[in-house]
Design a protein around this ligand. Sequence first.
Ligand code: GTP
Ligand code: MG
Length: 246
Amino acid sequence: MPSSEFDQTLVLIKPDALKNSLTGYVLSLLSEFHTGLRFAGAKVVHVTRMLAEEHYAEHRGKVFYPALIDYIMGMFHYPNEPHKRRVIAIVYQGFNAVEEVRSVAGPTDPHVAREQKPGCIRSLGTLVPLRNAQGEEIGRRMDNLIHASATPQEAEREIKLWFKPNEIPPHMRIYAARICEDHFYYKDDRVFAEYIPGSVCLLAPGDVAWETDIQALELILRGQPSAVPLRTVVAKYLTNEICNEC
Ligand code: GTP
Ligand code: MG
């Protein structure tokens, strides 16, 4: 697909960047002057386990996956300060948004980043040994400061995972959204059309939601298979709300 000035990508400023007060520096490197990209959405998010697992779903089952989830949730950088566990989520918009941000971010592994692209954001990252109960090294965690969508398809999935349509100004939105006409409630990995005790109201008539989210909820409510998993839809509605699990 040809690039357009409406292209979007998702950036997460990860807990290691926040802890080391690198946010301002990262934002400067990603500024419109350097990348030609504009903010289309931005927020501070306390990352629930569900959101972390959905975000990194492609890495489920890999050796580094459990540490990756704890890392993005802020468990490593703020083990005893849950109120500091957060990331900054940003939607950037402009020509070649995905490639522009990936280029400034640099290679995934900070050691490789330092070698191949000194000065890129991830060249300021670090590798942290992971040890088992016996103290033996079983792998390494890559603390690489930011997440950046790898493809336009990944950007769409991730932006819809982290942002509601009304968190992006209407003229900047590029994915279909519409006004919901039904109630959808969630409890214990199930969707309900009516309130049941302990359930959370995800959407109500009048709410603006991603078209794909509404379609998924309608299918799941009817017991039909949905290409978008329930937790992918639900995760963003359960963040920055009540925090039961962390
Ligand atoms: P993100 O922007 O964070 O998605 O990084 P990426 O797209 O450059 O890499 P990828 O999606 O493959 O990996 C996601 C995250 O998992 C990385 O940012 C790393 O923190 C971690 N990771 C990826 N590959 C490895 C690996 O081989 N070993 C370890 N320890 N961590 C890895
Ligand atoms: Mg990735």
